[in-house]
Structures are given as C-alpha cells and as structure tokens.
Design a protein around this ligand. Structure first.
Ligand SMILES: Cc1ncc(COP(=O)(O)O)c(C=O)c1O
Length: 434
C-alpha cells in the first residue's frame, strides 16, 4: 500500500487553532483526546473554552470593541457555550422560540435579544412579545402586520428592524440567503414603503436595518463592499424618509474551513475595512452576527474505530460515530463531496496510508472520506473531526438509525465538564405511543 505523507494545510491550521501544531496527540483545551475518550466515552463532542474566548476576542480586536458581536445560537445550541459567550460579552440573536428559551437560560435578558427568521409563527411572535424580546428582525410586510396586531391586542410596544434582501447576495458565499427572489428579508425596493408603514404604527419602535445574505464566505473584501452598500442604503433612506436608524446589523457569514483545501477568512481585512467605513458618516450602533466563526474551530468530534477490514484491495475503518452526529463533515449539503479535516487523534505525526473512513449508518452517505491519508487505524483507535464546533449535532439527522446522542464536554481552565449527557438506547421510545 502506498504511503501518503502530504497533509492538507487546512488540517494543520485547524490543529494550530487548538494549540496542537507540532504535537503528537490532539488535545482540547489542554486535555489529551485519549483522556477525554477514556473518561466520557465516544462518540463525543469536545469544546475548548479558551479557543472560543480567543476567537471572540480576535473579532473584537479586528472590528473594535464598540462593535456589538451577536452570537448566532443556531450554530450550536449548547447552554454552556451560550453562557460562556454571554460572559465574554457577546449579544445574541435567536431564530425560534426554543432558541429564545435557550438564550434566556444562558443569561441574556429578553430585551437584549434579536429574533430573526422568515417563518415566525403567530404563536412564536406572541411568545417572544410576552417574554419582552428587544427587537424583531422582520422579514415581510405580513409579519409587520401580525406584530402590530399582537402589540395592539397585548397593549405592548416592541423594537423592530427590517431585514433587507439586497439585489445581490454576498459574493463568494457558499450558501446564499438573498439576492434576487428570496424567502429571506424584504426586497430592497419594497423596504421604503414598509418603513413608512412601521413609522405610522406607534407600537412598533423602528430601531434599524438588518442584512444577512449568505454564509461561508471567504472573501473579506466582498463582505466589506456589502457593508458599504448597506451603509449607503441606510443613509439614503434616512434622508428620503426622514428616519433614523439607531442600529444597523451587517450580518456575518465569515467562512471557516470544513473540508480539505478550504481557505482562511481574512478577519483583519474585514475589520480594517469596517473601521475605515465607520471613520466617516453618522455614528450609530453597528452589529455583526456570527455563529460558525466563533465556535467551529473550538470543537472536535471524537469517534472510535469499531472495525477495520479490507475490501477491493482498500482498507476501510468503520467508526462508532458518523453522519447522524456530524453531518457537515460527511459532505451533507455540499455540492461536491471533499474530505473533512480528519486526523488520528493519538498519532498526529505518524506517516499516513490511504484509508476509507465511514460511520455505522446503512447509507453510502455516512462516509467521511475515501482513501484519506491517515496513520494506520486499528480497532479502538480514536479519530477526530476538526473544526466541528458549529452545525454539528443540531444540523445532523440524529433520528436516522436511532443511535443515542453523543455526550458533549466543555474544557475550561484545563478541566473537562460534561455539558450534555450521552443518550441511551431507549431514548428512541421517548414520547412515542404504540
Ligand atoms: C440570519 C442569520 N444570522 C446568522 C447566521 C449564522 O451564520 P454563521 O454560522 O455562518 O456565522 C445565519 C445562518 O444561517 C443566519 O441565517
């Protein structure tokens, strides 16, 4: 079998994010992966609090401490992670009533929160109003009417910002969420009329604008260009309509490598561009909202080799974890399947040989990669998916094949703490009746 030595630079960069450049064994927050697996079992998600803090502070350093950084809970609805980001000084945006409850349990006051999403039901609007949420990011004229009616019925007032669908989505974004005809936001040309309608409704307090038109962009210059376009629009509408936008949420969508060959988002470039933009023009509160960028590099998915075998002259390793917990790494949602950032956790520098690595599910989709360059794997060996902290468990089809949920661990000051207990075989029966 041919030895393979080249390791993708994105894997090395991800190891460096965890402070493991040049190390023999992967560690998370300073605790060896093998120790975490021994203590908590596999499959396991492990997060390094120090890496989350470092990432948050790097955004603050790049953009200036007066930019509000919102944590997008959808990227990882972990209570301990929410608490940590709240303590670090992040704001938060939610996209469902469940996320609102999670945000409150993490310590945010409802008044500090923003609620986005194109399909908020009347029940959710009512619930969020009742909790006293700070600002609704409205995405249609119909939603504005529903909100105004509920405010009248409940004799309440609420903050509101309009999510604008720009004619172009964020250049370079791998997932586009706007531009042209879209479920997200209000088309730019319809916004002035909607702003007039909001201004005429005394119970709706117009706070500003919101744009979020794509995610997983690696083009910082394009992101700055979009921010400039949003500012120009805000200023034009303020002039034309005699309004004031106290705040503008510029979205985010900063890319993080998930697959081999992925580049690095130039945070310094984005920060410099934004600071230059803010040096002129009227002062207002600027916000960015980030999920993946804050959490992905801090998280690792650990799985053990259950079995190895030869088939068609190739080595296969079957893990106890896979698509059902860590779908992104198997290429779910990607147009082209590429290998994820996978390593043998206990042996980072051993020479590699090709090995096909998959999970236990009965679908060909449950495969991390074919003929990946990895050190030889045997039963019980530990495999780690790097940059797995965002859109992990919550984004995965964990109902498929009824395996239990993995445990989750947060390592803080060198001490690992179980923050989600492992599921059990019988969980599959929960809530069901025969
Ligand atoms: C409105 C909104 N804000 C924030 C995010 C978070 O994006 P990311 O995790 O890529 O930073 C998303 C992701 O879909 C979103 O739809």
């Amino acid at each position: 079998m041919r030895p393979v030595t080249a390791r993708d630079p994105a894997v090395d960069a991800a190891l460096a994010d965890l402070g493991c450049a040049g190390a023999d064994e992967l560690s998370i927050g300073g605790v060896p992966a093998s120790e975490l697996a021994r203590t908590f079992g596999t499959p396991l998600y492990a997060y390094a609090a120090s890496a989350i803090a470092e990432r948050f502070r790097s955004v603050q350093r790049a953009f200036g401490a007066d930019i509000a950084v919102l944590w997008s809970i959808k990227a990882n609805p972990g209570l301990a992670i929410g608490r940590l980001l709240r303590q670090l000084g992040a704001g938060a945006e939610v996209a469902s009533a469940g996320e609102l409850m999670l945000a409150e349990a993490s310590g945010w006051l409802p008044v500090e929160l923003r609620f986005a999403g194109p399909g908020k039901t009347v029940a959710e609007l009512q619930f969020a109003l009742g909790r006293g949420i700070g600002t609704f990011h409205v995405e249609s004229a119909d939603e504005v009417q529903a909100l105004a009616r509920l405010c009248r019925e409940q004799d309440r007032r609420t903050g509101i910002a309009v999510r604008v669908n720009l004619p172009q989505s964020l250049a370079g974004a791998r997932q586009r969420m706007g531009g042209g005809s879209s479920r997200f936001g209000v088309d730019r040309d319809q916004v002035p009329e909607l702003l007039r309608a909001i201004a005429a409704e005394p119970r709706l307090l117009l706070r500003g604008l919101h744009v979020y038109s794509g995610t997983q962009t690696f083009d910082a210059a394009a992101w700055v260009e979009q921010a400039q376009a949003i500012r120009a629009l805000a200023e034009k509408w303020e002039r034309d309509l005699g309004l004031t936008f106290a705040e503008v949420d510029l979205g985010g969508g900063f890319g993080v490598a998930v697959y081999q060959g992925d580049p690095v988002f130039d945070l310094e470039r984005a920060g410099r561009g934004l600071r230059e933009m803010r040096a002129s023009g009227r002062s207002r509160r600027w916000l960015v909202e980030l999920g993946r960028y804050l959490i992905a590099p801090a998280g690792v998915y650990l799985a053990s080799v259950v079995r190895t075998k030869m088939s068609g002259g190739e080595v296969h390793a079957v893990l106890d974890g896979g698509l059902h917990h860590c779908a992104l790494a198997t290429g779910m949602g990607a147009v082209l399947r590429r290998p994820p950032l996978l390593v043998k956790a206990t042996s980072l520098r051993e020479p590699a040989r090709p090995c096909t690595v998959g999970g236990p599910l009965c679908t060909p989709l449950d495969q991390f990669g074919e003929q990946l360059p990895l050190p030889p794997l045997a039963q019980g060996d530990l495999v780690a998916v790097l940059h797995a902290g965002a859109y992990g468990l919550s984004y995965s089809p964990h109902g498929f094949l009824s395996h239990p949920l993995p445990a989750e661990v947060l390592v803080q000051d060198g001490v690992p703490r179980l923050v989600r207990k492992r599921g059990e075989y019988g969980d599959v029966l929960a809530g069901q009746e025969g």
